[in-house]
Structures are given as structure tokens and as C-alpha cells.
Design a protein around this ligand. Structure first.
Ligand SMILES: [Zn+2]
Length: 522
């Protein structure tokens, strides 16, 4: 049998325990037919074989991103990137360029500005934006995501005036202390006034943006995704995408409440073998640490002594879990606070005989303790982790201040989880966090907070490859480079296991291959 595609003279990181390294790969159709030395693979080459000379480059199994919001990512690709702005002038210059390309009254969105980088040190107001954009509503989100700067036109669209108020516990509408006029800075829930005023793109535009997002995703070496659906409109987008050949492999995760509403209506899909599966239903036991809605046993260390809250009673969670499992879908429980993790485990323990079969996954399982850890181990629950979120919880949300040192020690204890044989899965949470898997990997290999919970590079790669494949019962067809598996591969500029751990994020993906087809070449 001759190969359609052969990759030779390379450094293949197979992620397969028995033979972790090889030199060459032969592919026929969408499958790998041989992994071995260049000499062995050359025997499978004939005139019709396309040959890629790797020249020592590293190949890994295509990444599986287990947590991504694709349509939102697409939406965000239209936003202005303000990360590199070093002054108010820079913000204005970027805005000026954009204004020239669009019609008046069209919204302009951007994110990433950071006033601490500004020279001279000056906090922007709406008037700085008005100078350049008097006709278009403009919203620029701060890099922390905690507040935004808007211009006068945006305030007008959102009907925010001197008289508009909000509870101080929920948010702040920045106002001039003398005149009472809004300054254009909106914090916390005050940002919702603006968010609600921004028009939703038309369905066809959303479909195009989603396709654009998919093409950006494969550029990072990601070949499979777990698409965490947020709104019903995404189900119709996935349906439309499925009418053609899909740009990458998609495992769809539907929130419980949407699933209940859409049951039988919007769930008829053109499923494609190995490429599109409606796989899991996710039920949320609580909210998020960042807005203090994650359910805790003991209060947050804020002035309100709040503990967050569970979104379901225990009985309701129990019956919903049974309903999901009986439907045949994979069960995912989002549980961020320790109290929510316990509620999830109580439900899981009640259906314990089905655990082995269904591969239950906890989303986040952020705040833990010894007892919860033991119970997770016993139930063999997997934990889905988004490494860049970990960094944000500590850095942007100041987890140590908000939880206290002792509890923060048990926030995302990855080393401890692995040492207790709990399977970890890796994802980006893009667009809340950057898509680049190497950024996530560097974050957990090179942990800034509680360094004793760092993991090694191979363990981190495992989260995004073979573990992620196992989580959806696809360990026999993907997640490692072995004969018989799908030829989903990423060619890298460097070997992540050989470079310094603070250089991992700089690794470049030069080629992405899905099912034996080159889908990206940089
Ligand atoms: Zn998410």
C-alpha cells in the first residue's frame, strides 16, 4: 500500500506511551498507516505520494480544545485590538483608521486597552473618543474586562444620562463629581446598559464570522474542538456549517436549559462521522468566581460576606443529572465553588453505577478541598481546565485577596489532581482568553502562583490531546500519532519538550493537517 502523504525526517512526539518518539509518518486517505523511521516510511512512498520534508521539525497530534465559544470568537475578530496602545493618542489613531472604513452610526467595538501602560499617565474619558468619533457609537473594553470606555454617541444609544443610576453593589456609572455628567467609564453591571444596545449581527453575518473563527482556530494547530454553545442561534449556525465539509472536528456541548427548550426542534443535524457530534449536555451548578456567583462553603472576603449560590436545589440537580444520562449524552457539570463541586458530586454519587460508562466531566472544579478531591477520585470524574482562566483568576480577579491564602491554595490544584489520577482536559475558553494552546500550556508549566501545583510539559500536552480524546470516547481514533488513527497533526517550529518553559508560548505552528488534508500552512 502506498501513502498519499508522507512526513519524513522529523521529530514526531506521538503522545503514545509505548513509542513516544518517531521520525516519520505515512498517511493514506484520512488515516495514519505507519509511524516509524524515515527509512520505513520511504518504503510506502511512490510517484503519487506528496512528501513533506520536516527537516527536523516537531510534529504532535492536533490539539483538541475542550472549551471554546466559536461564534463569540468570530464576533470578536471584528473588534479592534487595543492591547498595544500606549497612550490615549494611540486609542484615537486606531479609532480614526476604523472610522474611515465604516458608515456613521455603525458600532465600533474594541478591547484590551490598559491605562497603566499609558504615557503620559492619564485616564481616558468619552471626550477623547468624541474628538475622533462624533457619529459612531464606540465601546472600548479595558483589558481586565471589568470596565469599559464609551463615547457620547454610545451613551446616547444606551440612554445613559446624568439621571441614570445603578446600585453601587452592582456597578458604577462614572460621573464628573462637579457636573454629574457621565464620563464614559462604566463598571460591572453598568456595562450591561451598553451591551444591550449593541445590535446583533444578522444570521448570515454570524455564519461568515463563525467560518472565519474556524479558519483562525486551525492556524493554532487545533484540529478538534468542544464547542460550548451559549445561545440557540449557534445551533442553527452549526446546522448550516454541517451542510458542507466542516473546517475542523466539532463536538457540540449544549447547556441544559437550551437543550430542554430545543428538544426535538433544533437538534436534527447532518451528523458527520468523526467530524460532527452533538455530544454533551452541560448543567451549571453555580456561576463564576470573578463575579462572586460561584457557590462557596464560606463567604468571599468582601464586605458583603456573600457566599454565591447554587443554581439548582439538590433534588433538582439530581433529577436533571439522571435525565441527561438517560438521554445518552455525556454529562458535564459546571461547578466552580467548593459548595457547587460538592452538590455535583452528591448527584454523581447517586448514579455511581453508570460512571465508568459515561465519563462524567466537571467543568472548572476550581475550588477544592481534600474531601472533594477524594470523592472525585473515587467517582473518576474528569476535570476540564482552561489554563489561561487560572491565571486570570489569580491575577485579574485577585483570588488570594478574595478567598484568602489557605483557600486560594486549593484553587485549581493541578499537580494534586494529576497525582490523584484525576484526568485533566485542556481548553482555551476563547474568546474570553486567547486561543493559542501554547499560551495555556506555558501558564500551567510555569505557574506564577502556587508553583508547587505546576505540571510538566508532557502532562500539559496530554490534556490537549490523548486525555481530551478519551473524554469523548475517541481515544481509539485520535489524541496520539499511531497507525490506524485519524491523521490530525500539527507541525511545530520547535519541540515544546526541549525549549525553556518560558518560551513555549512562542512556538509557531507551521502546518495543520486534518484527516490527511493540509488545512493550514504558515
Ligand atoms: Zn466558557
Amino acid at each position: 500500500m502506498s501513502a498519499d502523504l508522507a512526513l519524513i525526517n522529523g521529530n514526531i512526539l506521538t503522545m503514545c506511551r509505548s513509542t513516544p518518539r518517531a521520525e516519520a509518518i505515512a498517511i493514506k486517505g484520512e488515516q495514519i498507516i505507519k509511524v516509524g523511521t524515515t527509512r520505513e516510511v520511504i518504503l510506502l512512498i511512490d510517484n503519487n505520494t506528496k512528501v513533506i520534508q520536516l527537516e527536523g521539525k516537531t510534529v504532535i497530534p492536533g490539539f483538541i480544545d475542550t472549551h471554546i465559544h466559536v461564534t463569540d470568537f468570530g464576533r470578536l475578530l471584528l473588534w479592534l485590538n487595543l492591547n498595544n496602545c500606549k497612550s490615549i493618542k494611540d486609542l484615537q489613531n486606531i479609532l480614526k483608521k476604523k472610522i474611515m472604513k465604516i458608515s456613521p452610526s455603525k458600532w465600533i467595538l474594541g478591547r484590551g486597552w490598559n491605562d497603566t501602560l499609558f504615557v503620559p499617565k492619564k485616564f481616558p474619558t468619552r471626550f477623547d473618543l468624541d474628538l475622533v468619533a462624533p457619529e459612531n457609537p464606540v465601546v472600548f473594553y479595558h483589558h481586565s474586562g471589568k470596565f469599559c470606555l464609551v463615547n457620547s454617541k454610545a451613551l446616547e444609544f444606551a440612554k445613559i444620562t446624568r439621571q441614570t443610576t445603578i446600585l453601587s453593589t452592582e456597578g458604577i456609572i462614572g460621573k464628573n463629581p462637579i457636573t454629574g455628567d457621565p464620563t464614559g467609564i462604566l463598571k460591572g453591571k453598568a456595562m450591561d446598559f451598553i451591551w444591550k444596545s449593541i445590535p446583533e449581527p444578522a444570521p448570515d453575518d454570524l455564519l461568515e464570522l463563525t467560518k472565519l473563527a474556524c479558519s483562525k482556530i486551525v492556524e493554532t494547530g487545533i484540529t478538534s474542538i468542544h464547542w460550548m454553545v451559549l445561545t440557540p442561534i449557534e445551533l442553527s449556525i452549526i446546522k448550516k456549517l454541517s451542510h458542507n465539509l466542516l473546517p475542523l472536528r466539532i463536538y457540540v456541548v449544549i447547556p441544559f436549559e437550551i437543550w430542554k427548550k430545543e428538544l426535538g426542534h433544533n437538534l436534527q443535524f447532518n451528523l458527520q462521522k468523526n467530524s460532527l457530534r452533538i455530544g454533551a449536555i452541560e448543567i451549571s451548578a453555580d456561576g463564576y468566581l470573578a463575579n462572586k456567583t460561584a457557590a462557596l462553603f464560606y463567604p468571599y472576603r468582601d464586605e458583603f460576606k456573600s457566599t454565591g449560590k447554587l443554581l439548582y436545589t439538590q433534588d433538582c440537580l439530581n433529577s436533571s443529572v439522571i435525565e441527561i444520562l438517560q438521554s445518552g449524552f455525556q454529562l458535564i457539570i459546571h461547578a466552580m465553588g467548593d459548595k457547587a463541586v460538592e452538590a455535583a458530586l452528591i448527584s454523581i454519587e447517586k448514579v455511581t453505577n453508570k460512571i465508568q460508562e459515561t465519563r462524567i466531566r466537571l467543568e472548572q472544579a476550581a475550588l477544592l478541598n481534600k474531601n472533594l478531591l477524594e470523592r472525585m477520585k473515587r467517582q473518576k470524574t474528569m476535570v476540564s481546565v482552561q489554563p489561561c482562566v487560572i491565571n486570570s483568576e489569580f491575577k485579574t480577579w485577585s483570588a488570594i485577596d478574595n478567598l484568602g491564602q489557605t483557600r486560594a491554595r486549593w484553587l485549581f490544584p493541578l499537580r494534586t489532581l494529576i497525582d490523584n489520577d484525576i484526568l485533566l482536559l485542556g481548553g482555551s475558553d476563547c474568546p474570553m482568553e486567547p486561543i493559542n494552546p501554547f499560551l495555556g500550556i506555558q501558564t500551567i508549566v510555569n505557574k506564577q502562583y502556587f508553583i508547587e501545583e505546576a505540571i510538566n510539559i508532557t502532562e500539559a500536552l496530554t490534556m490537549y490531546t490523548i486525555n481530551a480524546a478519551y473524554s469523548t470516547k475517541e481515544e481509539n481514533c485520535k489524541g496520539s500519532i499511531e497507525a490506524g488513527k485519524l491523521a490530525d497533526l500539527a507541525v511545530l517550529s520547535e519541540d515544546p519538550t526541549k525549549i525553556s518553559s518560558n518560551k513555549i508560548e512562542g512556538i509557531i505552528v507551521t502546518t495543520t493537517i486534518i484527516g490527511g488534508k493540509i488545512v493550514y500552512s504558515g
